[in-house]
Design a protein around this ligand. Structure first.
Ligand code: ACM
Length: 536
């Protein structure tokens, strides 16, 4: 019954299928005529005859789904469409069937004029089928063209990192971030919870980490403590799990440890001036015990099999290591050649501590030099200007997560007219969309080592929700496209054609964004590098 074709070929048959669709009153919303408004772009799409008309009377049935709330968003979405004599009632079936050969996060979605059927072999796939269905209902204003979608992700790890140390956004904002991630079929929330300005996670054994260490933000060290209690963290983890999102905590060490050092100076060391307390003291047994105790609580709190322990940029603030007699004696006693070997010794011990707690380590790409078994650690390649480090990680047999600063650090501004934030380069929507095109030859033949990718939001220059949204959207939509869509289906011009639908939905939700079609229309929100408070 269906002309099953790839998305590109589907364009030829699409005009007939959309004749009715395009005639639906648009309520001033953009109407697409040549692309299904599903983000990220699904794998195979074919078109049939006619349309499915949504009404509040559509029956929703499930097979194999235990939680009755699983369909509540669909029911809510359908409420807005009134029933009439000319609109058929129709049905929506959501089928979980472990015997079908569909990948765990994949699904098929079949639309006929009478019925919509979403099928998956596992709950994550059915959840993603539901996301696509919700988009089809919402973005097509209830009139869905008959079609068949067969969809599954390109990459297993589709992440977003939020730095809440430099600025703290709070639980409600995190819930909203998780909602947007789920809609875009992103499945890992990397939570950067500790760094220089603030320690943001309650650790029961060391209360000063939050009473003292959670005080301050990037531009003001005197603000009242802001942090998540363990109960709040459990709530976020549950909220994320309901949306097929794993939460991976990062406890950065041995560098970026100023907040902990202010709270517990006895385990701190570091650099000079602004780098004081930048590192934990790697020559004290009590430091290892302190961190191991923290990680025991972290491991118990987060169900994720991974804990991220940073490991980046230690040289920024370890000058004291070179003169401190105790540290120098420790280097000699352990037979280490120098301060760099001491850093690697520290990482090896902490990796072993985490592995003993039943978790796998993730660390920034500096860890590749530390002589750690690739069974124990996953590498986040962040230094786009050091492709040799990626090659070394590949040669070393490590599993790799792609987070190259350019173009996946979203604190870089997008446009030459932007005046706040990181300016030394631009991270445009197109550069995000295309980034694997040029890099992929680097891991040709070793695709199995690339677990996926992640966009990272560092927040030194992002002090409020409005700027956070502006820096996130729509680049996160492009990152999701790279992580999910079949590279053969990716097409930037087609992506741009359907993007206004997504932007319009952000308007509905009150989420501010950068408008790639008309950058001047939406001014860049204030950034804290222009002063501690927004200009009047
Ligand atoms: C990093 O950006 N320092 C990982």
């Amino acid at each position: 019954m269906f002309r099953v074709t790839c998305t590109v070929a589907g364009l030829f048959s699409i005009f007939a299928a959309f004749a009715l669709y395009a005639a639906v009153p648009s309520q001033n919303e953009p109407v697409l005529q040549e692309e299904l408004p599903v983000f990220p772009t699904p794998g195979k799409v074919g078109f049939g005859e006619g349309v499915f008309m949504c009404t509040s009377a559509v029956r929703i049935e499930t097979q194999g789904v235990k939680d009755p709330a699983f369909v509540s968003e669909i029911r809510n979405e359908l409420k807005q469409f009134r029933t009439s004599a000319t609109r058929k009632k129709g049905a929506i079936d959501l089928v979980l069937d472990s015997t079908v050969s569909i990948p765990r996060e994949g699904y098929t979605l079949v639309v006929t004029p009478d019925r919509i059927t979403v099928t998956a072999s596992a709950l994550p796939g059915l959840f993603y089928g539901k996301q696509s269905l919700l988009q089809l209902i919402r973005y097509n204003h209830g009139t869905i063209p008959a079609c068949r979608i067969e969809d599954a992700p390109r990459m297993g790890w589709r992440g977003f990192m939020l730095d809440e140390s430099r600025h703290f956004f709070g639980k409600q904002k995190v819930f909203q971030v998780l909602d947007r991630m789920a809609e875009l079929k992103l499945n890992v929330f990397h939570w950067h919870l500790t760094d220089e300005p603030g320690w943001r996670i309650e650790i029961k054994r060391y209360p000063k980490l939050t009473t003292v260490g959670a005080r301050g933000v990037w531009e003001d060290s005197t603000t009242a403590p802001q942090f998540y209690t363990q109960e709040e963290i459990r709530e976020v983890i549950r909220y994320a799990a309901d949306r097929n999102i794993m939460v991976v905590p990062e406890i950065d060490m041995p560098g970026h440890a100023c907040a902990a050092g202010r709270a517990y100076p006895e385990i701190s060391s570091g650099g000079k001036g602004r780098w004081k307390d930048f590192t934990f003291n790697p020559a004290k047994e009590e430091t290892y015990q302190f961190l191991s105790n923290i990680l025991t609580e972290v491991a118990a709190l987060f169900p994720s099999p991974y804990i991220h322990i940073g490991g980046d940029e230690v040289h920024y603030g370890n000058q004291v290591w070179f003169t401190d007699p105790q540290i120098q004696a420790f280097i000699r006693e352990k037979g280490l050649a120098d301060e760099v070997e001491l850093e690697h010794y520290f990482m090896r011990r902490m990796v072993d501590s985490i592995v003993s707690k039943g978790k796998t380590v993730i660390a920034w790409d500096e860890i590749v030099d530390a002589g750690i078994s690739p069974d124990k650690a996953v590498v986040m390649w962040w230094r786009h200007d050091k492709p040799a480090q990626l090659r070394k990680a590949l040669d070393g047999g490590y599993r790799i997560l792609l987070t190259p600063r350019l173009p996946l650090y979203f604190d870089f501004v997008e446009h030459p007219k932007h005046i706040y934030g990181r300016h030394d380069a631009y991270t445009t929507l197109e550069s995000v969309f295309r980034f694997t095109d040029t890099l992929a030859p680097m891991w040709k033949g070793r695709e199995g080592q690339i677990l996926g990718l992640q966009a990272n939001m560092w927040t030194e220059r992002i002090a409020d929700e409005r700027r956070l949204d502006y820096m996130t959207f729509p680049r996160l939509v492009a990152a999701a496209e790279v992580a999910w869509a079949d590279p053969d289906q990716k097409n930037y011009n087609r992506f741009l054609k359907k993007l206004p639908v997504y932007l319009h939905d952000l308007d509905r939700l009150g989420i501010y964004y950068y408008d790639p079609f008309d950058p001047a229309r939406r001014p860049e929100p204030w950034g804290p590098d222009q002063g501690a408070t927004p200009p009047e």
